[in-house]
Design a protein around this ligand. Structure first.
Ligand SMILES: [Zn+2]
Length: 460
């Protein structure tokens, strides 16, 4: 019947569904470009050059010209947040590179209002939130997992994100050791070196890294996802330029991972970037074969038929996400007609490559696997506007989200389908995924979710 996916998914035949999702919980996508023009700079006054107060209305732009905090824009789709963001002033420290450094924010002038944008912005705010301690963190993880169980998720792949490190997984590890983790979390180590010197340190870490030391509930499976910050594409910019010096650093990291025999999931979206990565991968394969290592290119929003054929030759897998579910209209603004084919679910499906469907939650889209499936089947974003014409069948979407995703976390013998010998991870749904009207796929709700034979969620 059905299987798990990697951070996405749910599968359902009649009413039984297994979910596996694949996608990472907080992908470290690069910060998006300011859509406010180039005139916003960090200005204001402060005690030192590293402590500058600025008015919210000015927005904040880092030296790399990527907005961290955007000006309030009443016409923005996010303007529903604006009422809470009047008269805000922030004090920023560590202004050297706002997009990539933690900054200190002090709210004055009333309630914090406005929009914190992009992965850099998320890190910016996250840095202000004290981390919980010990049992509180564990309690938070229990609640988070329970919420995912209620959506029908039994397992996921977590690709990390900006600022995410081993300490953020400690509560999961503790719960897994206690036998109390009610889902399966597989993750890859993320570092985002931004200079050749930083790459040198990462290479040493790679040599020491030992994946697969956990269990079937919690395990590190290798390395990912944005592997060298300057060579990390941003889907909301269509002007990515491949720089040979950056690809040299990508190659150094990939070669070290290959020499360690480790799994790698690499973030790459635009066609020219995919081309550059594939060129490096093919050269690498000549000196250190990667076939058999299950390497993945993820997102692949502009992958071509020829590139898919080259990926297959290298034994690579493809991870696709439902980003336009939320940002479809924005993607059409940025990419024009081409956005209709981003991501190219049908092209990837028809190529025969092993591919997984995921959400890219929690930062990019909703974690709800039924929204992911609905998007892949209908090509519609929230609000029902059609934004993608590369739609696939319900069965294809379900398999990608469950059975295929199990491969990405090295669990195809245990997860992804309901059959003797595999773990009893499954969901019972309130309607039939295969026969319900297509527009209702997103509304499907689990009545019960089971992980390892244990009921972890029951609808009231
Ligand atoms: Zn990514």
């Amino acid at each position: 019947m059905i299987r798990l996916g990697w951070r996405r998914g749910a599968a359902a035949a009649s009413t039984l569904v297994l979910l596996i999702g694949t996608s990472g919980v907080g992908p470290g996508g690069p910060a998006a470009r300011a859509d406010t023009g180039g005139s916003d700079q960090v200005t204001g006054s402060g005690g030192t050059s590293s402590q500058v107060s600025v008015a919210w209305s000015a927005g904040l732009v880092g030296k790399d010209n990527q907005t961290v905090v955007a000006p309030r824009d009443p016409n923005s789709p996010e303007s529903f947040m604006s009422d809470d963001f009047k008269n805000l002033k922030v004090t920023v420290s560590q202004t050297q590179n706002l997009a990539h450094q933690a900054v200190t924010v002090n709210w004055t002038g009333g309630k914090p209002t406005g929009v914190v944008r992009n992965a850099g912005g998320v890190a910016f705010v996250a840095a202000k939130i004290p981390l919980p301690e010990g049992e509180q963190w564990i309690a938070n993880v229990r609640k988070f997992v329970a919420g995912l169980n209620a959506m029908g998720i039994t397992a996921w792949y977590d690709a990390g994100g900006r600022g995410i490190s081993e300490k953020h997984y400690a509560a999961y590890q503790t719960l897994a050791e206690r036998g109390e983790l009610n889902a399966r979390a597989f993750w890859t180590t993320i570092r985002q070196p931004a200079t050749p010197e930083q790459v040198g340190k990462v290479l040493a870490e790679i040599q020491q890294h030992r994946p697969f030391q956990g269990n079937d509930y919690f395990e590190n499976i290798g390395w990912g996802e944005s592997i060298y910050q300057p060579a990390t594409t941003n889907l909301l910019r269509n002007d990515f330029v491949v720089k040979p010096e950056d690809m040299r650093e990508v190659r150094r990291i990939m070669q070290a991972i290959a020499e360690s025999g480790m799994f790698l999931n690499a973030h790459v979206e635009m066609e020219n970037a995919i081309e550059a990565y594939l060129g490096e991968l093919e050269e690498l394969n000549k000196v250190e074969p990667i076939k058999g290592l299950r390497w993945v290119l993820s997102h692949l929003d502009q992958v071509s038929d020829a590139q898919l054929a080259r990926m297959k030759r290298l034994g690579m897998y493809a991870g696709l996400h439902s980003r336009p579910l939320i940002q479809g209209a924005l993607m059409h603004k940025v990419h024009g007609e081409r956005a209709w084919d981003m991501p190219p679910f049908k092209r990837v499906q028809d190529s025969g490559i092993v591919w997984g469907l995921g959400s890219d939650a929690t930062a990019v889209t909703t974690s709800n696997p039924f929204y992911t499936l609905w998007f892949a089947v209908t090509g519609r974003m929230v609000g029902s506007r059609k934004v993608n014409r590369q739609t696939i069948s319900r069965e294809q979407a379900l398999i990608a989200h469950t059975r295929s995703n199990a491969f990405f976390v090295f669990q195809e013998s245990n997860l992804g389908s309901i059959q003797p010998g595999k773990y009893a991870d499954l969901v019972v749904l309130d309607r039939d995924y295969f026969t319900a009207p297509a527009q209702q796929i997103k509304d499907i709700k689990p009545l019960m979710t089971m992980v390892g034979g244990k009921i972890v969620y029951r609808a009231r």
